[in-house]
Write a protein that binds this ligand. Structure first.
Ligand code: SF4
Ligand code: SF4
Length: 355
């Protein structure tokens, strides 16, 4: 059944325990990925591109590099930066409009996905399958199997545990890998898709023999009381705090673009009067033009109002609408912000402010 009724997991309710537990060596994982590539399946994984870790399609398993959190999130596998959704052509009085068929998307295995990225994907399901079903997003979701990977390291910006997740969070993963001492992984399945992947390649997996898993990362952060944050936001649409926290924000939009949960986009026609393409391009509420009306009026006419929207959307509006928080604590926005704005510190400020 797709989209999932509760917007959770790959179409299945979250199980309390994994369906199946197996073990795989690193060598066999590489054999699995190479055989998938050979079968024509698109395998997307973290790898180094000019010194930058990114989730990108692989041509060979040896190119996978899971040593660092990719700089950009895994959402791009379902929601690319820019995509064509329609073309148009005008000849005399005749206009031809051609829809782009999402069915052309390839079967994909997205592997080495960090828990903060995987957990954000079912959160996005809610908005992309709500009043309007976004077939571009949903068709990619149907065709993608997500293999999550537990984190064994965290940096100062990571705060998944503060928003109720963890370095071993399996939400969003069809199959989940936990590294073993001495190499290889424990593999747990959390959906039919994950189980199918193991069943189709069962010779590469073995039963778990009680091997020890590596110690997991421990982000150094306290838990955020998300209910308390929301209660403050419910009452403080107007508050001097917004001016204080957003004075440094230059509206570059980098925080939204690297975020696994931000999902705003704009639809533009690019081309000429005679022919062109309708495109869906990422957008960000930090941009002044995001709410700029054709009349010239802009209801968010200053950066504090735009930054307020970012926080409100993540910790209040999305919760009001879908009962979920739009932040998985990946810390990317903290790492990338050119002026050092730290969303976790802002939430701490809210929690410590007088109500
Ligand atoms: S708001 Fe920042 S920390 Fe939260 S998920 Fe987005 S990029 Fe990661
Ligand atoms: S990355 Fe920093 S400066 Fe850029 S829009 Fe986000 S908060 Fe503002």
């Amino acid at each position: 059944m797709w989209p999932p009724k509760k917007g959770n997991h790959s179409g299945l309710p979250l199980p309390l325990r994994p369906h199946m537990q197996k073990q795989i060596t690193q060598q066999n994982l590489n054999i699995l990925l190479d055989s998938l590539i050979k079968e024509g399946i698109r395998v997307v994984a973290p790898h180094m591109n000019g010194g930058t870790p990114l989730y990108e399609p692989l041509t060979c398993s040896a190119d996978m590099n899971t040593g660092q959190l990719p700089r950009r999130s895994a959402k791009e596998a379902f929601f690319p930066v820019c995509e064509d959704i329609m073309t148009y052509e005008k000849e005399g009085q005749k206009v031809t409009v051609t829809d782009i068929d999402p069915v052309r998307f390839p079967e994909t295995v997205l592997v080495g996905v960090r828990p903060c990225d995987a957990a954000a994907i079912p959160v996005l399901d809610a908005v992309f399958s709500w009043d309007y079903k976004d077939e571009f997003f949903l068709e990619r979701r149907r065709k993608t199997t997500i293999i999550g990977l537990a984190c064994t390291t965290a940096d100062d910006a990571c705060f998944c545990t503060a928003v109720g997740l963890s370095p071993a969070e399996t939400k969003g993963s069809d199959l989940f890998l936990t590294p073993l001492v001495g190499g290889g992984y424990v593999c747990e399945t959390y959906s039919d898709k994950g189980e199918q992947l193991i069943t189709n390649h069962k010779e590469l997996f073995s039963d778990t023999g009680g091997a020890k898993t590596l110690p997991l990362a421990q982000p150094e952060t306290g838990k955020i009381d998300l209910k308390k944050v929301k209660a403050w936001l419910d009452e403080h649409f107007e508050d001097p705090l917004w001016d204080g926290i957003a004075t440094r924000c230059v509206g570059c939009g980098a925080c939204a673009f690297v975020c696994p949960a931000c999902h705003c986009f704009d639809i533009v026609d690019e081309g000429t009067e005679k022919a062109g393409t309708r495109r869906k391009n990422w957008d960000a509420c930090g941009f002044w033009k995001f709410t700029h009306h054709a009349s010239g009026h802009n209801p968010r006419d200053g950066q504090p109002k735009r930054y307020r929207n970012r926080i409100m959307h993540k910790f209040k509006y999305y919760d009001d609408k879908f009962g979920q928080t739009l932040c998985s604590g990946c810390g990317r926005c903290v790492r990338v912000c050119p002026v050092g704005i730290d969303i976790k510190a802002i939430i701490d400020t809210i929690l410590n402010s007088e109500c």
